[in-house]
Write a protein that binds this ligand. Structure first.
Ligand code: NAD
Length: 494
């Protein structure tokens, strides 16, 4: 079994921490040669992690192990399954300092954000673990004499989880926990850029006593490992979080073999700021949504529509606050972390540059930041672009926000709803009537009034509409278990 090197904050190359080693976890054994390098986005010379490049054979072995392990796991009483998740939650909390440091070093976010994410993963395990004791069906009266009707939820078998790099421990946790507590076995394909975080989750579950083969991890490329999971007839369903292009491709694969599929994909989340809103508070709400997590959240704010009365004061406040989000090394106390990869950095810069070339005014930020000393991208605020400009319609996935003026509430609502995406939407207003109207008419899975578009409590159902989601089963909260189970109605005559 491999030991994970927990990083320590240092810029001294002599004292540079050893890379953490990630391995596949297949049938209870840590396997695979860790050869793929991952560098710290804030310290380009530091190798953070080494992980194996999984093959189709590794994927096949993981699914086979899960198939073997699942019946005995499902036969355990639900409280016993839940108890293992509760134990894993405590272990993760005990290890939170080392896990959060690894998360910062491989993903680039700030230490506060990483610590919060590890805590979220532990809380998620605890939430779903406690559901082992919760009622899981209804008792219904029957029209027949001496007859009772009950409903039950049954596990489907083996689930594949494919996850992105931006919440590298929380997303695997919030997919795996409801699957496991319901009696399924799991195969996980984590993002290539963040192999350590998933390994920490796997280690906590294993150390908590999860039976061999119930939770398996295969690292490597999506096209090899993810594709193999998606096409495997033994996999009853797949939960995916990532880009819309990959998600829609996987939906085609799963639909063709009539397997269950859940997709959480891109977003182009908007906030509507009305004239009755306090411009300072509204700017703080927008900045938190746009620049928190380096803008690398599917729920990040990337469009703002402002009515004329408040536009000037709001924009000035937003530009000022953007200047406070200086990007830097998350382990060195930066307010905003590094961009995850050179490719993402180039994508952020190209999006801002294109907007400026097309006539937008760059009020804060730059498109020519130098990535050589660390992938530090200053938050960008753009204004004066057309409504159909790519910066307004396409997901950037970085700390970039476009501000547009709209004449009134109705025009603003129409603009918010004009996107192909529909994940989260926000409104800043003191009007209860307009906030209520917005909550009803905004085309988004989550609506926030006077709160940042990003960030949800773990008990709140999460998911989008349009090209953001499959818009069928929601994640998080009690309803998350529905995706991982099927319903059965039982007539009991005595
Ligand atoms: P991505 O789609 O490139 O990768 C996501 C995962 O899919 C990775 O594990 C990757 O290896 C895998 N993958 C890639 N190609 C595959 C294939 N052909 N078959 C199977 N698996 C494949 O996304 P990313 O760059 O890791 O993450 C950023 C994207 O994720 C953004 O678009 C963002 O909006 C989205 N995201 C959405 C949510 C949400 O809840 N809606 C949350 C976080 C991120």
């Amino acid at each position: 079994m491999t030991t994970l090197a927990a990083g320590t904050a240092t810029t001294d190359s002599a004292a540079r921490p050893q890379p953490g080693l990630a391995r596949h976890l297949i049938d209870g054994a840590w396997t695979g040669t860790p050869i793929t390098e991952r560098r710290n986005p804030a310290r380009p010379h530091e190798i953070v992690a080494l992980s194996p490049a999984g093959t189709a054979e590794d994927a096949d072995a993981a699914v086979a192990a899960a198939v073997r392990a699942q019946p005995a796991w499902a036969a355990l009483p639900a409280p016993a399954r839940g108890a293992i998740l509760l134990k894993a939650a405590s272990l993760l909390e005990d290890r939170a300092t080392a896990v959060a440091a690894d998360l910062v070093r491989e993903e680039g976010k700030t230490l506060a954000e990483a610590t919060g994410e590890v805590k979220r993963a532990a809380d998620v395990l605890r939430f779903f673990g406690s559901l082992g004791w919760a009622p899981s069906g209804d008792v219904l009266p029957s029209g027949l004499p001496g007859t009772t009707i009950t409903t039950r939820r049954e596990p489907l078998g083996v689930f594949a989880l494919i996850t992105p790099w931006n919440f590298p421990i929380a997303i695997p946790a919030w997919k795996a926990a409801p699957a496991l507590v319901a009696g399924n076995a799991v195969v996980l394909k984590p993002a290539e850029l963040t192999p350590l975080s998933a390994t920490h989750l796997a280690r906590a579950l294993q150390d908590a006593g999860l039976p061999t083969g119930v939770f398996n991890v295969v690292h490597g490329s999506g096209r090899v490992v993810g594709e193999a999971f998606a096409r495997d007839e033994r996999v009853a369903g797949l939960s995916f979080t990532g880009s819309t292009a990959v998600g829609l491709h996987l939906k085609g694969v799963l639909d063709a073999r009539r397997a269950r599929v859940q997709l959480e994909m891109g977003g182009k989340n908007a906030v509507l700021v009305l004239g009755d809103a306090d411009p300072e508070s509204a700017a703080a709400v927008v900045a938190a949504g746009a620049f928190g997590l380096t803008g690398q959240a599917c729920t990040a704010t990337s469009r703002v529509y402002v009515t004329p009365g408040v536009r000037e004061a709001f924009t000035a406040a937003l530009v000022r606050i953007a200047g406070e989000y200086a990007p830097g090394d998350g382990l060195a106390g930066a307010r905003m972390g590094a961009v995850v990869s050179e490719a993402q950095f180039a994508q952020d810069a190209a999006a801002v540059r294109l907007a400026v070339e097309r006539g937008a005014e760059l009020l804060a930020g730059a498109h020519d930041a130098d990535p050589t000393g660390g992938l530090f991208f200053p938050p960008a605020v753009l204004a004066g672009m057309a409504e159909d400009d790519p910066i307004v319609t396409e997901e950037v996935f970085g700390p970039v926000v476009a501000v547009l003026e709209v004449p009134d509430y109705e025009a603003g609502l129409a603009a918010v709803n004009s996107s192909r995406y529909g994940l989260t939407a926000g409104i800043c207003t003191d009007s209860l009537a307009l906030a209520t109207d917005f909550a009803a008419r905004a085309q988004a899975g989550v609506v926030k009034v006077n709160r940042p578009t990003s960030g949800l409590d773990l008990n709140a159902p999460f998911g989008g509409v349009k090209d953001s989601s499959t818009n069928t089963f929601r994640e998080q909260g009690r309803s998350a278990v529905e995706f991982y189970t099927w319903g059965k109605t039982v007539y009991l005559g005595v």
